[in-house]
Design a protein around this ligand. Structure first.
Ligand code: PLP
Length: 406
């Protein structure tokens, strides 16, 4: 069954406004997604009637909030098809999750001379924490390159995986080119050599079903705010057997068992990795977003987004002098492009005045820009509440921009 887009759009109050007296056309979903009413209501309800610090109280509100938080963990577990809630750690977001792994895994398993394999299309969040680890430990980064169409050069991986490789950290989907990477093949190759794999799902989870057991990844991370949930919250999935071996990356309340001045013993999973008062409101809001998505169905969302993607590529492809960066066959609805001799920032400003929100710049993927020898792109990133009419408006906006600036 197809999606009822009109109904879906009515679930997102922010979409129904005018900017500069034009209807808002929000095509910056790669940066952050908008929130359905049910998420807004959940967060509001928690603040108005339930707020209380979790895990530590004996009173009613604390019990209620703790139950809701742990239910949210179960919702995320089911969403990812993880084996146990012990494998679901709530963090501050995708960046927080990668930093947690880079620090904790790095402390335990990385020493001087070791290697970390990432790809040329990583978001800075999946580059810098590994560089910081390498600086601390005297390890080095190896990079899987991509072809000009944005697809990984998978054949290079065999040479890059050595007996010094400690982990592969790869984006599931590229935030600047839209490529969906062949992560299962990467995992198979890495596991054949006993190397664990972290997948950055920040741009994937909102577009399609993810099954961590089917993928057999060792870590999977994402942000709540990019999947229609609140900001400041995110998820780190890790296989229980690996998480058990890792040291905590932050110390504080809740992550401990016994504390004396001589020594501290740590709490069990998943609490060992959740020091301090967590963003419980964000986690419960995220669960509300996941429930909402499940109620619509990922199959229908996926089918609709494929149509939207085909339509957008066809329309963009019809504009003279427009170049698309990232044309991989397997892709999400994220499109980077440039118009001949027009600076992306100028185009972005003009489109904005037409009510069209796109992103311009490097999209935190400077190495991707370096690959193409450009300073940045214009990026339109669509999700299931976007429409073909909005794509038409974008195309018209681009054509008007070209007329104005050429
Ligand atoms: N990874 C990818 C692929 C992203 O696109 C982003 C954000 O754009 C991040 C990681 C970082 O996400 P956050 O800023 O929510 O931590």
């Amino acid at each position: 069954m197809g999606l009822n887009i009109k109904q879906i759009r009515s679930d997102f109050p922010i979409l129904h406004q005018q900017v500069y007296n034009k209807p808002l056309i929000y095509l910056d979903n790669g940066a952050t997604t908008q929130k359905p009413q049910v998420v807004i209501d959940t967060v509001r309800e928690l603040q108005e009637t339930r707020n209380s610090s979790i895990h530590r109280g004996v009173h009613y509100l604390s019990d209620q909030m703790t139950d809701r938080y742990e239910a949210a963990r179960e919702t995320v577990r089911a969403f990812l098809n993880a084996a146990s809630t012990n494998e679901i750690i709530f963090t501050s977001g995708a960046t927080g999750s990668i930093n947690a792994v880079a620090f904790s895994f790095g402390e335990k398993f990385v020493t001087a001379g070791d290697e970390i394999v990432i790809s040329e299309m990583e978001h800075h969040s999946n580059i810098v924490p590994w560089q910081m680890l390498c600086d601390r430990k005297g390890a080095s980064i190896k990079v899987i390159p991509f072809y000009d169409n944005g697809e990984l050069i998978l054949e290079k991986l065999d040479d890059l995986l050595t007996d010094r490789t400690r982990i592969v950290a790869l984006t599931h989907a590229s935030n600047s080119m839209g490529t969906i990477n062949p992560v299962k093949e990467v995992i198979k190759k890495a596991h054949a050599k006993g190397i664990p794999v972290l997948l950055d799902g920040a741009q994937m989870v909102q577009h399609g079903e993810v099954d961590v057991r089917e993928l057999d990844c060792d870590f999977y991370i994402f942000s709540s705010h990019k999947i229609f949930g609140p900001t400041g919250s995110g998820v780190l999935y890790g296989k229980e057997s690996i998480l058990e071996e890792l040291p905590p990356y932050q110390g504080g309340g809740d992550m401990v068992d016994q504390v004396t001045f001589e020594r501290t013993s740590y709490n069990t999973l998943p609490f060992k990795f959740e020091a301090g008062t967590t963003n419980y409101t964000g986690a419960i809001g995220l669960a509300a977003a996941l429930d909402y998505l499940q109620s619509i169905g990922f199959e229908a969302i996926g089918r609709y987004e494929q149509e939207l993607t085909g339509y957008t590529l066809e329309k963009l492809g019809g504009i003279d002098g427009l170049k698309i960066y990232g044309t991989a066959a397997n892709r999400i609805s994220v499109f980077s492009f440039l118009m001949q001799n027009i600076h992306p920032y100028d185009a972005g400003m003009i489109l904005d005045k037409m009510g069209i929100a796109v992103r311009t710049g490097t999209h935190c993927t400077q190495p991707v820009m370096d690959h193409f020898g450009i300073d940045g792109t214009i990026r339109a990133s669509l999700v299931f509440y976007n429409t073909m009419e909005e794509v038409d408006a974008l195309i018209e906006g681009i054509q008007r921009t070209i007329q104005m600036l050429s």
